[in-house]
Design a protein around this ligand. Structure first.
Ligand code: HEC
Length: 227
């Protein structure tokens, strides 16, 4: 990816203003278990035949099953986000629990946006870099109320994962060492919040991606800890 592997020039990985990245997130969960998925677009996907297997291996049997749209994530390059350069937003299908019934691709509601990770936030009082939609009532968002999606790790946040790359590499910030057991013990991601803002400045989202691969969702922790 980099012309000079040993000394990448992160300035060359700046996305133009207004760039939009998007991710559609589908789930095998049926409407009987998650009622707000009623009316969601359905795709056929080749997934693990037992979607409840919490510890699948690469060779576990697969089957074509119906998956339903649950979440739409977006990331927008916007210079008004002075420290990070990006605004992250997420939409939940059907407005989440208790949302208005509907159907089709547009029946999604914004959960919120975040344009920074509120480093140094004490845990009380309002966050200054996350806005949550008061009309959407999710069972959880992210760490200390920062933005996160319905199936994202509640002790993380969009930017907690997506903005932890740094150059030159200093602190290795991964949840690799976190086993399912320690994750259950509630160890938080506060170390991520304490990274200086300068760490975020000008970070290429491309390199975030590399880093975020190491910061998989909690459901993938088992996979990570096996490596
Ligand atoms: C636990 C870490 C983690 C959290 C939390 C997280 N992401 Fe991601 N995100 C990833 C990874 C890893 C990918 C790569 C695609 C994949 O494997 O699903 C990704 C992919 C994306 C993409 C597709 C473009 C790209 O860079 O690949 C967007 C857009 C995105 N995430 C936005 C968000 C938003 C918005 C939130 C919060 C609501 C969020 N993410 C929370 C790890 C995370």
């Amino acid at each position: 990816m980099w012309a000079n592997h040993g000394a990448p020039n992160a300035d060359l990985a700046q996305m133009p203003e207004g760039t939009v990245g998007a991710k559609l997130l589908f789930t095998t969960a049926p409407v009987s278990e998650v009622p707000f998925l009623a009316g969601a677009p359905e795709w056929d996907a080749y997934v693990y035949a037992d979607p409840n297997d919490t510890n699948p291996s690469p060779t576990s049997p697969r089957a074509v099953m119906k998956v339903r749209l649950l979440q739409i994530d977006i990331a927008v390059k916007d210079s008004r986000a002075k420290e990070t350069g990006w605004i992250f937003g997420t939409f939940v299908y059907g407005g989440g629990p208790g949302g208005q019934p509907g159907n089709g691709w547009f029946n999604v509601a914004p959960v919120g946006v975040m344009w920074g990770n509120d480093p140094g936030y004490s845990g009380t009082g309002p966050l200054t870099q996350t806005w949550l939609n008061p009309e959407v009532h999710m069972p959880h968002v992210g760490y200390q109320g920062r933005l996160n999606g319905p199936v994202d790790n509640p002790i993380s946040s969009c930017m907690s994962c997506h903005a932890t790359a740094e150059l030159p590499q200093g602190t290795m910030v991964t949840v690799r060492s976190r086993t399912p057991a320690t994750a259950k013990s509630g160890r938080d991601d506060s170390s991520l919040m304490q990274l200086p803002e300068s760490t975020f400045k000008g970070i290429a989202s491309a390199s975030c991606e590399i880093n975020s691969i190491m910061n998989r969702e909690s459901t993938n922790d088992q996979v990570m800890t096996k490596q």
